[in-house]
Ligand binder design. Structure first.
Ligand SMILES: *[C@@H]1O[C@H](CO)[C@@H](O)[C@H](O)[C@H]1NC(C)=O
Length: 483
C-alpha cells in the first residue's frame, strides 16, 4: 500500500513538473501532497466503515444433524489433482534394453537408434568406460554433499579446468544435472526488473529459467535477426530507464526444438550496438560445431570472450551427464554462492566428471570424429531431400535433423497423430528408432511439430540409408492411406 501511494505521488509530481515551471511547481507539489494524503485517508476510512458495516458470519443456532453432515460430505467434490487422462497420455514410450548407442535393443530386437543425442558416438566407448571404472573404484558412486560444503572432489576441479582449457575461457563451473544448469544460471544473474530478449523457440529448460528470474521477458521471432534487431530497438528506444538496468539476450546455439543454428556474428554485432549481454546455451553444439568441436564461437570465428555466459548440458556429445557454465572468473564465482542448482544439489557423481574429462580428451585427440559426424549429417540430408511429404527444416550442419510435414493437417493435434503413426511404423516395420517432437504440457514452445533425427558419428552409411529408405516408404504409405 505504502509503495503504491509513493508511486502515485511521484507520478503526480512528474506530471506537475512538466506542466509548471520551477517556483510555481514547489507550491503546487505541496498542494498535491496534502491532497494525496487526504484522498488516501478518506479512502481508508471508507474501507474500514464498509468492513464494520458488513454482517459477520453467525453459525446456525441449531447444530447440524448427523444426516445433514453426511449429505454435505457426500456432496463435496474436491478439485481433481490432475486434468483428465487422455489417450495420448497412456501411450508408453519404447524402452531400451541395452546401451543407447547407434544400435540398441527394444522389445528384444536390435534397432538403429536415431533417438539419442549421442553425437560423437561415445556411449560405451572404451576410453569413457575405463575412466568411469577407475573413478568408481577410487571414489564410489555419489558425493553425498553439495560443492560449497563438503562435496568438492579433485575430479570436479580437474573437469572445470579441462573445459576452460578446451574452450579458451577463464573459468568454468560444473552442475550436477544437465537442464538445471541453464535454469539456475539465468535466475542467478537476471532479476526482477531486468529485461531479457529471448528467441521464441527456446526449449523448456530455458523457459523455466526465464520464469524463475521474474525478469521482463520479450520474445523475438525464431532465429530471425531482423526481429531481434527491431525488438532490441523497441525495448531501448526512448527508454531512459533501460540504460540503467541489466539487459540480456538469451539464445541457443543449436535449437533443440528446430535444429536451427543461431547466427552468432549478427547477435554479437547487435548486442554490442544495443549494449546487451548474451547468454548462450550450447547443449547441442558443444563437441559438434566448429572445426574442433569447440562450439558456436569457433563455428563463426567469433572470439569466445564476446559471449558473456555459455552453458551446456554434458548428456549429449560428451555422453555423460551434468552440465557446465563457462565465462569470466567473475561470472563463474558469482554462481558458486548464488546459483540454486549449484549451491543446493549434491555434486556431480565423480565418475561422470571423469567421463567428461575423458570425452573432451578423446575429442581433442580425434578430430576425425567430427568429420565423420559431418559426413553422416550431409549423407542423411542428401537422402531425405526429396521425401514426398516431409521437408527438411533444420540447418544442414545440425546433428538434430528436423523434418516438418509439407502440408499440415490444419491442427497440431492432427499433425502429431500423423507423425506418431509414422514413427511407430518405422520402428515396428523397419526397426529404425526416431522420435517426434513430443512436447510436455509444461512446454510453451509454439514452433511447428515434426520428426527429430539425432545423427551420430557412430552411425554407418547403411544405418543412414536404412533410416531414409524406411521414412520414404512409410510416409508414402501413411499418406496414401489417409488420402
Ligand atoms: C563399455 O561398457 C558397456 C557396459 O558394460 C559395454 O556394453 C561396452 O561393450 C563397453 N565398451 C567397450 C568398448 O568395452
Amino acid at each position: 500500500m505504502a509503495v503504491a501511494v509513493a508511486n502515485m505521488t511521484t507520478a503526480a509530481l512528474d506530471w506537475v513538473s512538466v506542466k509548471f515551471n520551477a517556483p510555481l511547481a514547489g507550491m503546487v507539489v505541496f498542494g498535491v501532497h496534502i491532497h494525496g494524503h487526504l484522498v488516501v485517508e478518506v479512502l481508508l476510512i471508507a474501507v474500514i466503515l464498509f468492513q464494520l458495516s458488513r454482517k459477520s458470519y453467525k453459525p446456525p443456532k441449531k447444530p447440524l444433524t448427523e444426516k445433514e453432515i453426511d449429505d454435505l460430505c457426500d456432496e463435496w467434490a474436491p478439485e481433481p489433482l490432475h486434468p483428465p487422462i487422455t489417450e495420448e497420455m497412456l501411450s508408453e514410450p519404447p524402452t531400451l534394453e541395452s546401451a543407447a548407442g547407434p544400435h540398441t535393443i527394444i522389445d528384444g530386437k536390435e534397432v538403429v537408434n536415431f533417438a539419442s543425442a549421442n553425437y560423437l558416438g561415445l556411449i560405451g566407448h572404451e576410453k569413457i568406460n575405463d575412466s568411469c571404472i577407475g573413478s568408481l573404484e577410487k571414489y564410489g558412486v555419489g558425493s553425498c554433499g553439495p560443492r560449497g560444503f563438503y562435496g568438492t572432489i579433485d575430479v570436479h576441479l580437474d573437469c572445470e579446468a579441462r573445459i576452460s582449457k578446451f574452450l579458451g575461457t577463464p573459468d568454468s563451473i560444473l552442475y550436477s544435472y544437465g537442464i538445471s544448469t541453464i535454469f539456475s544460471v539465468i535466475p542467478a544473474f537476471c532479476k526482477k526488473g531486468d529485461i531479457i530478449v529471448v528467441d521464441e523457440g527456446v526449449h523448456w529448460a530455458v523457459q523455466n529459467g526465464l520464469y524463475l528470474s521474474r525478469s521482463t521477458i520479450v520474445y523475438f521471432k525464431h532465429n530471425d535477426m531482423s526481429s531481434l534487431k527491431s525488438t532490441l530497438e523497441k525495448v531501448t528506444r526512448g527508454n531512459r530507464r533501460a540504460e540503467k538496468i541489466r539487459r540480456y539476450i538469451v539464445v541457443e546455439a543449436i535449437y533443440q526444438n528446430s535444429g536451427q543454428i543461431a547466427p552468432l556474428d549478427e547477435i554479437i554485432r547487435l548486442k554490442e550496438k544495443y549494449l546487451f549481454r548474451v547468454v548462450l546455451d550450447e547443449s547441442h553444439s558443444f563437441g559438434v560445431l566448429g572445426s574442433s568441436g569447440r562450439g558456436l564461437a569457433e563455428h563463426y570465428g567469433v572470439p569466445v570472450e564476446k559471449i558473456d555466459i555459455i552453458t551446456a548440458g554434458m548428456g549429449n556429445a560428451l555422453a555423460t551427464d551434468g552440465g557446465f557454465c563457462t565465462g569470466s572468473v567473475r561470472v563463474v564465482d558469482h554462481q558458486r554462492l548464488s546459483s540454486s542448482g549449484y549451491v543446493f544439489s549434491a555434486s556431480l557423481p565423480p565418475y561422470l566428471a571423469s567421463a567428461a574429462i575423458a570425452a573432451v580428451d578423446y575429442l581433442e585427440e580425434n578430430p576425425a570424429l567430427l568429420s565423420k559426424l559431418k559426413r553422416n549429417i550431409a549423407l542423411l540430408w542428401n537422402e531425405l531431400s526429396e521425401l514426398p511429404s516431409l521437408i527438411l527444416a533444420s540447418n544442414p550442419l545440425s546433428p538434430i535433423v528436423f523434418l516438418k510435414l509439407k502440408r499440415s493437417t490444419g491442427s497440431t493435434k492432427g499433425d502429431m497423430k500423423l507423425l506418431d503413426e509414422i514413427v511407430d511404423r518405422v520402428l515396428k516395420e523397419d526397426l529404425v528408432f526416431i522420435v517426434t517432437t513430443k512436447r510436455s504440457t509444461l512446454d510453451k514452445c509454439r514452433l511447428p511439430v515434426g520428426l527429430r533425427i539425432f545423427v551420430s558419428a557412430g552411425h554407418t552409411e547403411s544405418d543412414l540409408l536404412k533410416a531414409s529408405n524406411s521414412l520414404r516408404r512409410v510416409t508414402a504409405l501413411v499418406l496414401s492411406e489417409l488420402a
